[in-house]
Design a protein around this ligand. Structure first.
Ligand code: 6OG
Length: 160
């Protein structure tokens, strides 16, 4: 039976506060040079996806979100990768601590009208508008290489 590719669970957390969004320029590794939220892999020690989202934000941005909510799920398939990514996206509006640059990330606030989509992953323009309206979303993306999107199917999820 065809089982499909193995998958990797990832988190991504964005702070949206007062018409501004906190993004961070990734300084190394996957996505280097791009602005993104904070996030990464869930640890194998029984950590929950929510706990991973908070921990990654603490490690990468030096802040602790205090009202994070799960808002979106996107499955990403790359022809060139061994694993499918299952990205769990969280939105927070408040946090403890002070935003600081780390070895991995250079954080910066952006006005929501000036989000630098041309310096971000190509898929972000499909789902960030939902996040900015605090609407839940879910979907599927298929890539050729890392930057060519050949299928994007992301929709609002409503409780009907
Ligand atoms: P590490 O492997 O560095 O975590 N990520 C993506 N984020 C966006 N916006 N679009 C994508 O589509 C992404 N693919 C991965 C998830 C990788 C981080 O990068 C995010 C994680 O937060 C191409 O630990």
């Amino acid at each position: 039976m065809f089982q499909g590719k193995p998958s990797k669970i990832l988190t991504l957390l964005l702070i949206h506060q007062n018409n501004q969004i906190l993004l961070a320029m990734k300084k190394r590794g996957f996505g280097m040079g791009k602005y993104n939220g904070f996030g990464g892999k869930v640890e194998k020690n029984g950590e929950s996806i929510y706990q991973a989202a908070i921990r990654e934000t603490q490690e990468e941005g030096c802040i602790t979100p205090t009202d994070a909510q799960f808002i979106g799920y996107i499955k990403m398939d790359y022809d060139c990768e061994k694993e499918t990514l299952k990205v769990h996206i969280f939105r927070a509006t408040h946090f403890d601590g002070q935003v600081k640059e780390t070895e991995e990330m250079k954080p910066q606030w952006f006005d929501v009208a000036k989000i630098p989509y041309n310096q971000m992953w190509i898929d972000d323009q499909y789902w960030i508008p939902y996040l900015l309206e605090n609407k839940c979303f879910s979907g599927y993306l298929q890539f050729e290489g890392h930057d060519k999107l050949i299928q994007a199917d992301i929709k609002e999820v409503t409780n009907q």
